[in-house]
Write a protein that binds this ligand. Structure first.
Ligand code: FE2
Length: 485
């Protein structure tokens, strides 16, 4: 990036997410032929591993939340027995305006929003998710924003994609691609009515369905799930407090007297077609997967029962009593793997834990999205008050059995993507690799680790050195070789 800037370093105690392994990097680099530190690059690992995250260009104008930073993608291209690395900022309109101004113009989510600022109140950073669909690559934002299209080779930002002029709402992070039809199912949400849309982008890259969904208020959204026939929507008991919002203030509250709801709707259905199932109040960032089982739609996800810091009604769980629970702004992160079963015939719903390991940022083999998958893969939480991952765990979704690999002391990881084998003979659910970045919290040394999903406990089968620091971040994606447009 041809610019100079004041590096964001963090001065406030709340700015822990600007220091150490979270500290932003200050340049874009391209490095070919990464050193293979251990093992060898599997012949059937061919494609792009890419991860999004916060990397603020300027000093924040107020208190900093980890989710505030400008988006930066870090990518590793695998192919021909070698690998290369590059990182690029997501060049959003908000970042360009900041660069023109020479400063960060907008406060983050821990400050009161200024609705009078053009493009505000918050900057759409595109920093959250990265998703490939129909040969294209998109960086997406957790507060529902533009679909920033990235070049899957250079990782340069190509611009905002409106899907041939067919998308006239924002797109939230975490759309889901149906491996059977090639459709991408997405949501869009807003603090103002209509609070939620669901939509479908067809394999031709145009929006084929868009429907406003009736919600009683500005529920915080993050993720959705699909099955071959249905979309699973969430109406959770956490939201921007409507009373505060009426006065132009944003304050997230958890209403533990308000049941949460799981909505099951045909993919091309309407708001009236949504079957809502009332469940115990919860908040959840990420679903793992959903599938159909007879009359039931089964949902797995990372459920939090006590999602706010300092809530006097929070229960001190055995987990919380034994270890530090990470905090991220006002959020308290103690998610456990949960299952809900929604019966479309009787209207009954059952729910319960699958395992009490604290884990988040789950991934599956996306070739099995919406089907009855056996396994999920999630980073495990380090015992500290900021969100950091000290290993990766495979869950057997039926039994709850786990297999875990812990990184060596001082090394912290990220979401691990499932990279399906490029060998056409290897098409099973576990046929592929887990790929993740790991960074040493003291030295900043950074590596890519590649795992055999069926033998996590053996540790990485391949370790690649990256000669620059890769800060901790959020979501990952795998773009198979040859799939880009
Ligand atoms: Fe997310």
């Amino acid at each position: 990036m041809a610019t100079s800037f004041r590096p964001a370093t963090g001065h406030h105690p709340a700015d822990a997410y600007l220091r150490g392994p979270y500290a932003p990097v200050h340049s874009e680099v391209t490095i070919d032929d990464l050193d293979v530190l251990a093992g060898e690059i599997p012949h059937d690992l061919e494609g792009l591993f890419v991860r999004n995250g916060s990397n603020p260009v300027f000093e924040p104008p107020g208190r900093y939340h980890w989710f505030d930073g400008d988006g930066m993608v870090h990518g590793v291209h695998f192919g021909g027995g070698s690998a290369s690395y590059r990182n690029r900022w997501v060049r959003t309109a908000g970042l360009d305006a900041d660069l023109d101004a020479g400063r960060a113009r907008l406060a983050g989510i821990l400050e009161q929003p200024d609705f009078s600022v053009p493009g505000g109140p918050f900057k759409d950073t595109g920093n959250t998710d990265v998703v490939t669909h129909a040969g294209r690559l998109f960086a997406l934002w957790w507060l529902s924003g533009a679909a920033h299209e990235l070049d899957p080779v250079t990782l340069d930002t190509l611009g905002v994609c409106d899907f041939g002029g067919t998308l006239n709402v924002t797109m939230n992070a975490h759309p889901k691609v149906d491996p059977g039809t090639g459709e991408m199912v997405f949501t869009s949400y807003s603090m103002l009515p209509p609070y939620l849309h669901m939509g479908v982008v067809g394999p031709d890259g145009t929006v084929t369905h868009l429907e406003a969904i009736d919600l009683p208020g500005p529920r915080l959204q993050h993720d959705l799930a699909i099955t071959p026939r249905y979309t699973v929507l969430l109406d959770m008991s956490m939201m921007f407090d409507p009373e505060q919002l009426a006065h132009g203030r944003t304050k997230v509250r958890f209403f533990r007297d308000l049941p949460s709801r799981i909505g099951v709707v045909p993919r091309h259905g309407t708001s009236d077609d949504v079957r809502w199932f009332e469940v115990e109040p919860f908040f959840m960032y990420h679903v793992i997967n959903a599938h159909e089982d007879g009359d039931e739609v089964v949902l797995h996800g990372c459920r939090m029962a006590d999602p706010l810091v300092g809530d006097p009604d929070n229960v001190v769980t055995a987990i919380a009593a034994s270890r530090a629970i990470p905090q991220l702004g006002h959020l308290r992160l103690e998610p456990v793997l949960w299952q809900w079963r929604c019966n479309l015939v009787t209207g009954a719903v059952t729910e319960g834990p699958v395992d009490d390991t604290v884990s988040e940022f789950p991934r599956i083999n996306d070739r099995f999205m919406g089907l009855d998958t056996s396994f999920s893969y999630s980073p495990t939480f380090a015992d500290r008050t900021t969100l950091a991952f000290d290993g990766v765990v495979r869950h057997d979704l039926a039994s709850g059995a786990t297999t875990t690999h812990h990184y060596d002391h001082g090394w912290l990881g990220n979401e691990a993507v499932f990279a399906p084998s490029s060998d056409p003979r290897r098409t099973g659910e576990s046929d592929g690799y887990l790929v993740t970045f790991v960074t040493h919290e003291d030295t900043g040394a950074s590596e890519v680790h590649v795992f055999d999903p069926s033998n996590l406990a053996a540790g990485p089968v391949t370790r690649l050195g990256i000669p620059v620091r890769v800060p901790l971040g959020y979501h990952t994606e795998w773009v198979p070789a040859g799939s880009a447009r």
